[in-house]
Design a binder for this molecule. Sequence first.
Ligand SMILES: [Zn+2]
Length: 284
Amino acid sequence: MSDTIHRFIFNEHGIRGEIVKLEDSCQRMLQDHHYPPVLAELLQQCAAVSVLLATTLKFEGQISLQLQTQGILKMMVVQTTNNLGYRGLVRYDKEADFSGKDFKSLCAGGQMSITIAPKKGKRYQGIVPLDGDSLSACIESYFNQSEQLKTRIWLFNDENQVCGLLLQALPDMTSQDDFEHLEYLASTLTKEECLSVDSEILLHRLFHQESIQGLSEEPVGFNCGCSEKKMLDSIRLLPEDEIEEILATKGNISARCEFCLNQFKFTEVDIKSQGQLPGNETRH
Ligand SMILES: [Zn+2]
């Protein structure tokens, strides 16, 4: 299991924690997109945060993190389901020069929405201004202000992988000092250590003097969720004369999933028959 999330709790302090490590799933998310490196790394960080937050989903549904700016980074989104499958993409100005850009210069003035969407029931959305120096700083200030839950997030990544550590006060946290103590221990973490060492060893190195109760270790993976049926449904929403025109000139209609880049091809029969397509809905 290369991509996993560990959840744990400091029972004596009323503080919970999580460590997420993503490598293969990140590579799959980035595959063939050819994003500028700074965007690829930020997308990895978004994926790590999205998975850290998705573990609190207590129902079938998904959490999505969406960054939007007026600048050359137009939109970045990562969606993670309660089963910890995620997908993500970036829309950006393909003519722009991204060299020398960092989080602040890319995101200043922008905002991020955090949307929790249960399959059944009401959506919840929170808005986070992107005025901090880093993604983790923006998320921390969101939790500290709106949720009143003291939260710290550390993110480390290189071009291949990302590692995230979260500490969050529970409503029964014993004291602010305890949080600061754990925060101090966590802040000794280095990028090199974080990316090269297993989560369990990291936990031991950081908090070996604390009493930690492990809650779970769960696999995390790339999961696009697109399907022939969903793609066909969206093609059927196009104006009829447009569909006719494409079929007349090309003989079929092809469409590509923006997230996983899988290509789907439909004939006139596929588009006009109202019945089910042959085959499995979740092919690929
Ligand atoms: Zn897809």
